[in-house]
Design a protein around this ligand. Structure first.
Ligand code: 2DE
Ligand code: MG
Ligand code: MG
Ligand code: MG
Ligand code: MG
Length: 321
């Protein structure tokens, strides 16, 4: 099943958001346009706008207001990816060359800044200090998460808590905020907003854990980048934390962290982790977050939005890309 089919109910609204995204990245600079469109057209799951819209269905849903939040949330995500690919020195994303690879780091940094500024311009239409406060706090935490990730690089002996705190900041909070802000602008009651926020948080945690698993279990083609990229970058993810419990695997990881790996070495490490019990252990932890997300949905009114959120949650648990 394709993810986009799960939210086919939202198709007209999402098409509208897609058009707005294109307009939002439009400027008088040919270079900025090309770089931004390159990124936009690489696609993506658009999970943040989808959650903004779905959360809005629990309140007073007005698409003209909802899109004012949905568009900037995707833009912020996009901006963070352009910057992320510079920091991670990633050549490809979603099977296409990254902005930094197609142009260069300077262009990528400014493209990211530009898209972020556009997001802020967009969302400034909304007259709600609370919304702006939540959004700023989220961006601050994302940046803190990225800095902590640099500090935690190559540390094979860090604990699970360190990892969970990092993925909360780098991924879960923005997804959580998408749900919360969708609730906020549609005027749901506080309890509903809190359940939606927590739903987004748990889904976000599960989502990132799966992402980190896929880095080992998928092929280079499926990933659109080399498998094992996280390890190569020295980023200690959950599968590694689980795999290191085996002393032999521990030595293998320890001896190769931060090293320039040959192709056979990279493939050997990926295979070792993939064939270990680490993958199932990591999946079990992801599954726990998924269950918690589903529990939050049980507190919310039944209906189409609830059902769609449920389906997305199940999809995320099984996704292959
Ligand atoms: C993806 O993580 C990174 C997400 C956050 C990046 C945030 C930055 C701060 P990955 P993949 C760079 C700038 C923030 C702004 C502009 C709001 O694990 O595997 O590297 O997709 O993800 O590369
Ligand atoms: Mg990256
Ligand atoms: Mg990164
Ligand atoms: Mg990743
Ligand atoms: Mg990713």
């Amino acid at each position: 099943v394709k993810l986009k089919l799960l939210y086919s109910d939202l198709k007209p609204e999402l098409d509208m958001i897609e058009k707005e995204l294109e307009q939002a990245v439009d400027s008088e600079s040919l270079l900025l346009n090309d770089a931004s469109l390159h990124l936009l057209q690489a696609g993506g799951k658009r999970i943040r706008p989808v959650f903004v819209l779905l959360a809005g269905k629990f309140g007073n849903y007005n698409i003209d207001v909802m899109k004012q939040v949905a568009v900037p949330l995707e833009l912020i995500h996009m901006a963070s990816l352009v910057h992320d690919d510079v920091i991670d020195d990633s050549e490809t994303r979603r099977g296409k060359p990254t902005v930094k690879a197609e142009w260069n780091n300077s262009v990528a940094m400014y493209t990211g800044d530009f898209i972020l500024a556009r997001a802020l311009e967009y969302i400034s239409e909304i007259d709600s200090p609370k919304l702006h406060h939540i959004l700023s706090k989220t961006m601050i935490e994302v940046c803190r998460g990225e800095i902590i990730q640099i500090e935690d690089k190559y540390k094979l002996d860090q604990n699970l808590r360190d990892y969970l705190r990092r993925i909360k900041r780098k991924t879960a909070l923005l997804i959580s905020s998408s749900c919360e802000l969708g609730a906020l602008v549609s005027g749901t009651d506080e309890k509903t907003a809190a359940h939606l926020r927590r739903f987004g948080y748990f889904i976000g945690m599960s989502f990132q854990i799966i992402d980190d698993i896929l880095d080992f279990t998928s092929t280079d083609e499926e990933l659109g980048k080399p498998a094992g990229s996280d390890f190569i970058q020295g980023n200690i993810t959950l599968p590694i934390l689980c795999a290191r419990k085996n002393p032999e695997v521990y030595s293998l990881l320890k001896n190769n962290l931060g090293k320039e790996l040959t192709e056979p070495e990279r493939l050997h490490i990926v295979k070792t982790v993939r064939d270990s019990t680490a993958i199932d252990e990591a999946k079990a932890i992801s599954e726990r977050y998924l269950q918690k997300a589903l529990e939050e949905l049980a507190y919310l009114p039944k209906g189409n939005a609830n059902k769609t959120m449920r389906k997305i949650a199940f999809f995320i648990g099984k996704r292959k890309f």
